[in-house]
Design a protein around this ligand. Structure first.
Ligand SMILES: *[C@@H]1O[C@H](CO)[C@@H](O)[C@H](O)[C@H]1NC(C)=O
Ligand SMILES: *[C@@H]1O[C@H](CO)[C@@H](O)[C@H](O)[C@H]1NC(C)=O
Length: 394
């Protein structure tokens, strides 16, 4: 009898642990809602573009590795959010713009290549010229306008947003890219950081007000390792390069600075919204790790060259980009980190996604156990209940 009691206590405490752990802010997601730029664009810029003036991502060899045709992703294959979707058991997130009668039941993507966090009018006043005006604010407005079509009534929409994994970015990179590409002084670019962070923060707050409960918020990349920056800011001063990676130290420092400011702001948001799960995605350190030990993770040594490009010290030329006529890609993109000079290969994106989903590059950790599909979780809960009932009958 004593041993039966012990068994019952054991089984009930297992049940209790299961129930309690399902109450943690980690959730089973019913959809993915995404905002951002080219790092997360699954076809929006192409959808927004005039057929006679399509961006390079609408052309081969974009998409060659996985989809075997261009999809509008700035990559040879899947991007980070595709791997996230796979991991949480949801379909690849369809682009919102330019899709007629799209089905957004399981996800909707507003990320547009070239998008900035700040309004284009704000940047233009500072002499910065964005390539698109579909800023984070415009994406959020489009989302709000689309809600009746996506989820119907306000209360249904609140549920939908609450059950979604909301990807807030990557966004902000272009706010810095455009002035850096125009060789504006770093001091002027640095002045933008608090505005960018405030914009990301207020967008999260607005979505929390609409019912948002889980956010994944990526920081900046180590842009000093990026082909476009290595090409543009090439220097004979060896001091400027990290001897281990060959990356430009001052630009990586800038990426770190933005990321640190973002982390601080997310901490503030967490305190204000203790019921909301805000996960920081450390793109910076995930990618930097790859540049530090590329061979260990299956990449070539010193993987600083673009796979798809032409000429120059890093196989990149601003006026002859990947996707243009006569520009070819490398034989084995899986050995390269950089795809087209600005964006990464599918292999590098997979590495980053794994580091966020299963590895140490999410703060707090993504937590595999709480991300099983809803059905799986229900099944296991049902089993626990059945087991417990069986014991009671005993
Ligand atoms: C964005 O730019 C397009 C033309 O490039 C224009 O038609 C549209 O009104 C602009 N949208 C906003 C929100 O400024
Ligand atoms: C880039 O391409 C243009 C046009 O083909 C060429 O004139 C220029 O010299 C190239 N630049 C580099 C750095 O190779």
């Amino acid at each position: 009898m004593a041993s039966l009691d012990a068994l019952l206590i054991f089984l009930f405490s297992t049940l209790l642990v299961t129930i309690v752990s399902s109450e943690t802010p980690c959730r089973n997601f019913k959809s993915i809602i995404s905002f951002g730029d080219s790092i997360a664009d699954t076809g929006n810029l192409v959808g927004l573009s005039n057929r006679n003036n399509l961006p390079v991502t609408a052309f081969s060899p974009y998409g060659e590795t996985y989809f075997h045709h261009p999809t509008g992703r700035s990559c040879d294959g899947r991007i980070i959010m595709d791997f996230i979707a796979e991991f949480v058991g949801l379909p690849y997130v369809p682009p919102y713009f330019g899709s007629k009668n799209g089905n957004f039941d399981k996800g909707v993507n507003f990320a547009v290549a070239g998008a900035t966090a700040l309004e284009s009018s704000f940047l233009m006043k500072r002499g910065i010229h964005p390539h698109t005006n579909v800023s984070l604010g415009v994406q959020l407005k489009s989302f709000k306008k689309s809600l009746p079509n996506i989820c119907g009534s306000p209360s249904d929409c609140r549920d939908m947003i609450g059950n979604a994994l909301i990807l807030m970015g990557e966004i902000g990179g272009n706010d810095y890219n455009f002035p850096f590409f125009e060789r504006k002084p770093i001091k002027e670019v640095k002045e933008l950081v608090p505005f960018v962070i405030a914009t990301i923060s207020s967008s999260i707050t607005e979505l929390i007000g609409m019912g948002g409960k889980t956010f994944l918020v990526p920081g900046e990349f180590p842009i000093g390792c990026s082909v476009v920056y290595l090409t543009l800011y090439q220097t004979s001063n060896k001091e400027e390069y990290d001897p281990l990676t060959g990356c430009l130290k001052w630009l990586n420092k800038f990426g770190e600075y933005h990321s640190q400011q973002l982390k601080t702001e997310l901490n503030r948001l967490r305190k204000l919204n203790p019921h909301v799960n805000i996960i920081y995605a450390d793109y910076y350190n995930a990618l930097l790790r790859l540049f530090k030990e590329p061979a260990k993770f299956g990449f070539m040594d010193r993987p600083l060259h673009a796979c798809c490009g032409i000429g120059g010290p890093y196989n990149f030329n601003f006026t002859r980009k990947c996707g243009s006529v006569g520009v070819e890609s490398c034989k084995d993109p899986s050995k390269y980190v950089g795809w087209d000079g600005v964006h990464m290969t599918e292999a590098a994106y997979k590495w980053i996604a794994d580091g966020i989903l299963k590895g140490p590059y999410a703060i707090p950790p993504f937590g595999r156990s709480c991300l099983r599909s809803e059905i799986e979780n229900k099944d296991s809960l049902d089993k626990q209940f059945t087991l417990a009932q069986a014991c009671v009958k005993l």
